[in-house]
Design a binder for this molecule. Structure first.
Ligand code: NI
Ligand code: MN
Length: 226
């Protein structure tokens, strides 16, 4: 599995020969101006919830790439209204076997309204599992006891957790989340993009290291092999 970071909570997971783009928010992100969006060419676009900082580029990328969207039922209805028809609807707790592996939708403690005010259903995270490994992206979420279920059911190789605080869990809660999900290889997302969520990178890494965990903060455009 290879993960390429595109800023905020947007990243590409390359696995089993497929390209999975998560929470596309690139063109409007000042920090990600150097990313060539047209070159990403995803096969799937997974959307965790309806907030603009997770869906802003979804319609244009889906139109340009012909990718299949994977998201909550209510987000499918909204995408349909924007002219996007290739959508696999899911909901929290459900799993499906795709041609790249199994996707399980996990609970996220957050909210989900669409940019135009439409209801976005429940926010969620995703576990992707195949012969190459097991990957977890929590989506925007608070620290929740439900994460213990993930630690009991899966042997994660890597987990992507929000760190920015204010809208989601912050660094201290993310360390506890890493304990709950039993994963010591954490990739940080949802930080630095806006004034509310700026973090001290060195302090964040030190906090994780003190707890015996590895925190990776990728530069925008950089990749991590898992
Ligand atoms: Ni959000
Ligand atoms: Mn967000």
């Amino acid at each position: 599995m290879t993960i390429t970071y595109y800023g905020h909570s947007c990243f590409l997971l390359e696995t089993s020969g497929k390209r999975l783009l998560f929470d596309p928010y690139i063109r409007a992100n000042e920090l990600a101006k150097h990313i060539d969006v047209a070159a990403i060419k995803p096969d799937y676009v997974l959307v965790s919830h309806g907030h603009f900082d997770h869906i802003e580029d979804a319609v244009s990328i889906l139109q340009e790439s012909g990718a299949t969207a994977v998201c909550a039922w209510e987000i499918m209805v909204w995408l349909n209204k924007q002219g996007i028809e290739k959508v696999h609807p899911m909901n929290v707790g459900g799993k499906w076997v795709f041609d790249f592996g199994t996707v399980k939708c996990t609970a996220a403690q957050h909210s989900s309204g669409m940019p135009d005010g439409a209801y976005g259903g429940n926010p969620m995270g995703f576990i992707v599992q195949n012969s190459e490994g097991t990957f977890y992206y929590s989506g925007d979420t608070a620290l929740t006891m439900d994460m213990k279920l993930i630690g009991e059911q899966y042997n994660l190789d890597v987990a992507l957790l929000p760190l920015g605080d204010n809208f989601t869990m912050g660094i201290d809660d993310a360390v506890i989340a890493a304990d709950f999900i039993k994963c010591n290889n954490i990739l940080g997302v949802h930080y630095d993009t806006f004034g509310f969520i700026k973090i001290d990178h060195d302090a964040a890494k030190a906090t994780f290291a003190k707890a015996g965990k590895k925190l990776t903060l990728l530069g925008i455009g950089d990749a991590l092999k898992v």
